[in-house]
Design a protein around this ligand. Structure first.
Ligand SMILES: [Zn+2]
Length: 326
């Protein structure tokens, strides 16, 4: 993994490359930022760069013996440590701390990448304080987390923290376009749904999304264009009774996303502001017969229903009230 093949977070990339080039990379770093924006990939790029035999401007060369081993996942001085079950355990951290004191086996630095570092339990966290305080020159500890506030203060204060930002939609779209074969409209939709996270973009099942969206779009049409009360009753039945709680939340979230698009349309925003730009004509038809006030009212009511779910309200009655009296 080379820095040059990564997208987004350019300032962090430049800073890390400069530090590698100057030979003054810290010993313990925290990579903080939401899930799926490339923190682990950056950690791998850094691990490779510090172990490359002929780095160029702080980036790995990609062709030396170490780089080749790295690409084949055979490079033994770089390890990723993940939680076992719910936590990163004290045994894992003791083993790491002991090992880190040995000279690297074949590279320059022994690199440990701790994924989901906020899952270090108290004992495990305490067991690495010593190595954070007196790290061997030949070790590099990279703590990856989406919840930096959940790390112990004693750990945070001993590491340098780098804050990763979500990717711009356009950058994510370009990345997906270059790496995955898909019609452009689908790539655009995926990039917008993922809200800056490559990880999320790769997890989303577009077929499933479109199916649910189709249903929620029909609901909006029945509510506005056709004013089909029989159809609305059956939607209230589906949302209120047939779906489980997670399925219900999922559909309502989608409905809110469609309402957000309608809101943008009513405000005269450009198509670039819409998540579901691929169904523009259908959205426009609904927007045409609906007022901005009505859209805002639905959003408010739906959010109230979601909030009240915790109190076990009768979903069916709530949905009927929302759809039939609307
Ligand atoms: Zn190399």
């Amino acid at each position: 993994m080379k820095f040059s093949s990564l997208i987004g977070n350019e300032p962090i990339k430049r800073r890390l490359q400069r530090s590698v080039a100057d030979g003054r990379i810290g010993q313990s770093l925290i990579f903080a930022g939401q899930r799926g924006i490339g923190k682990h990939q950056f950690a791998l790029a850094l691990a490779q760069a510090v172990n490359c035999l002929q780095p160029l401007e702080g980036d790995a060369c990609g062709v030396c013996t170490n780089c080749k081993k790295f690409a084949a996942r055979e490079f033994t001085d770089v390890k990723t440590i993940e939680p076992i079950g719910q936590f990163i355990k004290v045994e894992q951290m003791r083993e790491m701390s002991e090992e880190a004191n040995f000279m690297p086996y074949e590279g320059r630095r022994r690199v440990y990448i701790l994924d989901e570092a906020e899952r270090l339990n108290l004992a495990a966290a305490n067991s690495i304080l010593k190595i954070l305080e007196e790290p061997p020159d030949t070790s590099l500890l990279l703590l990856i987390t989406a919840k930096p506030y959940a790390l112990l203060e004693t750990i945070r204060s001993r590491c340098q923290m780098l804050n990763f930002a979500p990717l711009a939609t356009s950058a994510l779209e370009a990345y997906l376009q270059a790496n995955y074969k898909r019609p452009l409209a689908e790539t655009t939709l995926l990039a917008r749904l993922a809200r800056g996270s490559i990880g999320r973009a790769l997890e989303i099942d577009l077929g499933e999304y479109k199916e649910k969206r189709g249903a929620m779009m029909e609901l909006l049409e029945a509510l506005t264009v056709s004013r089909d009360s029989i159809r609305l009753m059956s939607f209230a039945e589906m949302l209120g009774r047939k779906l489980d709680k997670a399925g219900f939340e999922n559909h309502v979230d989608l409905l809110l996303l469609l309402l957000e698009d309608l809101f943008h349309l009513k405000l005269g925003k450009s198509i670039d502001a819409l998540t579901n730009a691929d169904i523009l004509p259908r959205l426009e038809a609904v927007a045409e017969v609906t007022s901005l006030e009505k859209i805002m009212e639905w959003v408010e009511k739906l959010e109230a229903v979601l909030q009240n779910l915790a109190r076990n309200i009768n979903r069916h009655i709530a949905m009927e009230a929302l759809l039939i009296t609307a």
